[in-house]
Design a protein around this ligand. Structure first.
Ligand code: AP5
Ligand code: MG
Length: 214
């Protein structure tokens, strides 16, 4: 199964993608997580990506496409994947469609986690993230079992650099300009499914499973 998660920054793409990955036995591939891991390791890619990410801007398509196309060649992608944060521009979506088509393949679903902008800034201020494994929590809505510690790997939880309110607003603007058009793109392909992302985490997941198991 090949799935793309769509939605504004903070809509809950990562939270749901992890649950989908566990339920269906496919890898969760987050371009944001891969960039953050590279920043932490101080790689050349990380240095380049950081300059854009800290400002709330998109990393250029060329860098992102090289990274993701390489990721698809790994063995764990044989039965599909759930993509989180990619594609993020029409150019990225078209490149993905073309690359799958070359192999006689196509995406199964694009799931749009729909949350209005007003709810987003609130969510971001309470987010805590594990850089080691990408685990994501919220101090009120989805707290870790032990404060400051990742349930999944025991890593330290931190506040993401791009979660300060001014940068969140900028990321929302970038989302509306460059990523929201993908909703129409995938609607045109007939694979768009929209879920109300303002529900509780478990309810959002139930709605997604209802689509995927249909
Ligand atoms: P990325 O890491 O993808 O960030 P994003 O899209 O801004 O999305 P977030 O990770 O902030 O939110 P999310 O939807 O995953 O929400 P989450 O589940 O954490 O990208 C970061 C940057 O990398 C970009 O700005 C760009 O620079 C670069 N980049 C990445 N991919 C790129 C690409 N393809 N092209 C170019 N540049 C790229 O949830 C948010 C919070 O809400 C959490 O605290 C969570 O616990 C809580 N929460 C989740 N669901 C619920 C719920 N139902 N109710 C209440 N709280 C909830
Ligand atoms: Mg995320």
């Amino acid at each position: 199964m090949k799935i793309v998660m769509l939605g504004a920054p903070g809509a809950g793409k990562g939270t749901q993608a992890k649950m989908i990955a566990a339920e269906y036995g496919i890898p969760h591939i987050s371009t944001g997580d891969i960039f953050r891991a590279n920043i932490k390791e101080g790689t050349e890619l990380g240095v380049k990506a950081k300059a854009y990410m800290d400002q709330g801007l998109l990393v250029p398509d060329s860098l992102t496409l090289e990274l993701i196309m390489d990721r698809f060649t790994k063995d764990d992608c044989a039965n599909g994947y759930v993509l989180d944060g990619f594609p993020r521009t029409i150019a990225q979506a078209e490149a993905l469609t073309a690359s799958l088509k070359e192999q006689g393949d196509a995406l199964d679903y694009a799931i749009d986690v729909d949350v209005p902008d007003e709810s987003i800034v609130n969510r971001m201020s309470g987010r805590r993230a594990c850089i080691a494994c990408g685990g994501t929590y919220h101090i009120v809505f989805n707290p870790p079992k032990k404060e400051g510690i990742c349930d999944l790997c025991g890593g330290e939880l931190t506040i993401r650099k791009d979660d300060v309110p001014e940068t969140v607003q900028k990321r929302l603007n970038v989302y509306h300009e460059q990523t929201q058009p993908l909703i129409d793109y995938y609607n045109g392909e007939g694979i768009l499914r929209t879920v109300d992302g303002t529900q509780e985490v478990a309810e959002v997941f139930e709605s997604i499973k209802a689509f995927l198991n249909a």
